[in-house]
Design a protein around this ligand. Sequence first.
Ligand code: SAH
Length: 273
Amino acid sequence: MTRRHGPSAPRFPLPLDKLGSKSGSPATREPLRPQRLLREAAQDAARLATPSGLGLDSALVRQRMVERLRAEGLRCEPVFAAMLQVPRHAFVDTALVGQAYEDTSLPIGLGQTISKPSVVARMIELLYGGESARRHGHLGKVLEVGTGCGYQTALLARLGRRVVSIERLRPLFDKATANLATWRLDSVRLVHGDGMLGHGPNAPFDSIIAAAGGDAVPQAWLDQLAVGGRLVAPMHHAASGGQILMVVDRTATGWQRSQHEGVHFVPLKSGVL
Ligand code: SAH
């Protein structure tokens, strides 16, 4: 049986207004709930601990990052929508959080880097130019070589139907696994292995994207690219001595290559550590 407390039956030894409670009849006054206050204090502490520059809502900072990418001439609304959702700062070390929304690559350990947002957006923009992506409006089944911290993987998960991402360095594979665990991305499969071999069990792929640059496109990637699919990868460029973005389209009759702007990626290496 519920007992109602009226003015004649105060619930507290002290009058509620002396405790700083809200006004109103005693029956409607909110009792003090220390647990709630503690929780609020913890939330305040977490908010105040947010590094300066990120403000109270990192969504605004992501919005500004996307506006800058648009101003630079990038045109890929799907990747912009994904970039607005995925908090890049959650993928970098705490000390670097303040730089997470600058257009810069940042160290992620073991001499590797999280790629620049503009380069990530550009490579995905190129992937969207492939025949199959244009026809379906999404990237289909994606192979990502070089998971790193998993930021680009989280973007791809929103742009393809399935993503297989391979990383050769165990500590980074573990880091990406932890980073992506919060998102419960059912369509993503992370693999610790040598991405130069592609991933036979899940081939063919509609989109292949590499985050590390080699001397030539590995044969496995060409073989595992579906007809109508597109591959985008940094590649050594003999004429300049640097790297360029290489695009390969697979058609019914073969593979068509085109070369794009210069880039600077970490090296593609074989073997697993
Ligand atoms: N997209 C990642 C980029 C990480 S840097 C991010 O934004 O975090 C490129 C990654 O490619 C490195 O982690 C490196 O270890 C990995 N890599 C290089 N060669 C590889 C290979 N053969 N197979 C799988 N991963 C490779």
